[in-house]
Ligand binder design. Sequence first.
Ligand SMILES: Nc1ncnc2c1ncn2[C@@H]1O[C@H](COP(=O)(O)OP(=O)(O)OP(=O)(O)O)[C@@H](O)[C@H]1O
Ligand SMILES: [Mg+2]
Length: 225
Amino acid sequence: MIILSTFPKGGVGKTILAVHVTGLLLSVTKERILLIDADPRPDSWRFYLGRKPNSGEENKFIEVNKRFDIVWNPPQYGKKERFRPIKKAELDEYGYIVMDTDAPLEDAIAMISNNSPNIILSPINASQRDTALEDLPDFLGVLYQICGSDYSPMVRVVPLGVGQNLVSIRIEQSQDKPENCKAAPAMRNLQARMNKAKKERKYIWNYSGYEELLDYFSSIIEIDI
Ligand SMILES: Nc1ncnc2c1ncn2[C@@H]1O[C@H](COP(=O)(O)OP(=O)(O)OP(=O)(O)O)[C@@H](O)[C@H]1O
Ligand SMILES: [Mg+2]
């Protein structure tokens, strides 16, 4: 099961989703999990390892714990392959693979074409709401082009501190969109708290009063675990 967090815009919540979905899977499954951070500024990688990668750590699998590995697979500029391919045999070791991307649309397209994720999560947070909603139909149109009869991912647009309705309406207004595409349940506005969690490298549900957010992240991926 491959889950990709992507949206062609900076600062919308891609990393927040990627690390929390990873944390959810680690806490509710017994599977081996791989997190692939494909951002040249690897915030997910840093969330777990607490530092920037050293030179030579590109594309190295780093064991965070016995059943959780993380790899930084940044875009390669000026090369034919946008991302250095990871061997299928290496990916087959994992029950779940979570991917975090950077903002450029062509990187999202490369990640989707290379990996055919089963689930695509696209966050829209409160601070980027208007411009991200404006960009949403074009992005869904691109996903529509990539999808086809033999590839139909579950696409969920995830409202972070944004009303679910606003997102649903925008999806309805989009002419071309993937078949299995809708708004996920909305998270309440937690901008400051989420910033603190990211800085302190903690999951939001580990703060007192926010425990129920573990269930929230399970509701957005709709996986029976
Ligand atoms: N529930 C929420 N309500 C409001 N804001 C939120 C919520 N969850 C996350 N955010 C905000 O989203 C912001 C961006 O988060 P994040 O770093 O994950 O974005 P990103 O898309 O990965 O950015 P980049 O393009 O730089 O990689 C954070 O500042 C965080 O506060
Ligand atoms: Mg990020």
